[in-house]
Design a protein around this ligand. Structure first.
Ligand code: DLZ
Length: 207
């Protein structure tokens, strides 16, 4: 028997992502952890059949910027930010690798896309990914609270699922563990990819 009752049980339905379009918006703070979460989310989107051409990835400086980015991406026709060959070939653009998960300033990069071949169609789900790690000031509390409320408001106001991919960790170790970067850890990004496909599928039925 497992030592805890916590956690998500997998759905027994294999939701089909083959016709859905998903935007991932990620912050560039705490890059090592954020990158692992994005990779986990993309892996599960693709495992559910979401086409690379139907996944776009954009970055913003920090988690505080996630709600506005999600709101604008849902509202508008998305124009891909990336223009380099590497981006077009599918490289995730996180900027300069940084050694520790609490690296401070965000990497100097714009957006990245998995493919530029995007149909001009609304997104069926958005995944907002950021990593907040508690520090010595009140930043953590203010950003966590405002971002979580704002992301919830966006999904209720727009009817587009906004998957809450913001880790609010008290320590570096907690963040690493929840990105599957420590022994016995689990990459929550994978759950967010699956949640996006499941919610997009439900919304198709629920209208
Ligand atoms: C300023 C700040 C701090 C202290 N910590 C984090 C963090 O742990 N994770 C994160 O995603 N962003 C952090 N930020 C940056 C803010 O989210 C935001 O980018 C800036 O305050 C500019 O609006």
């Amino acid at each position: 028997m497992s030592g805890t009752i916590k956690g998500l049980i997998p759905s027994d339905v294999q939701f089909d992502g083959s016709s859905i379009r998903v935007a991932i918006v990620h912050a560039r703070w705490n890059n090592k952890v954020t990158e692992a979460l994005v990779v986990g989310a993309v892996a599960k989107l693709k495992a559910r059949g979401v086409k690379e051409s139907n996944i776009i990835i954009e970055s913003v400086p920090g988690s505080y910027e996630l709600p506005l980015a999600c709101s604008k991406i849902i509202a508008g026709s998305h124009v891909p930010a990336a223009s380099t060959v590497q981006d077009l070939l599918g490289g995730l653009n996180f900027g300069t690798p940084q050694g520790t998960p609490r690296s401070g300033t965000p990497a100097p990069t714009g957006g990245s896309v998995i493919s530029a071949a995007m149909p001009n169609r609304p997104f069926d789900a958005v995944i907002a990914i950021g990593v907040l790690i508690k520090g010595e000031t009140m930043h953590f509390e203010y950003i966590s609270e405002s971002v979580s409320h704002a992301l919830m408001r966006i999904q209720l106001d727009t009817g587009v699922p906004v998957i809450f991919g913001v880790l609010t960790a008290l320590t570096d170790d907690q963040a690493l563990q929840r990105a599957g970067l420590t022994q016995g850890g689990h990459n929550h990004g994978e759950d967010w990819g699956l949640a996006a496909v499941e919610m997009a599928s439900h919304l198709r039925r629920w209208g």
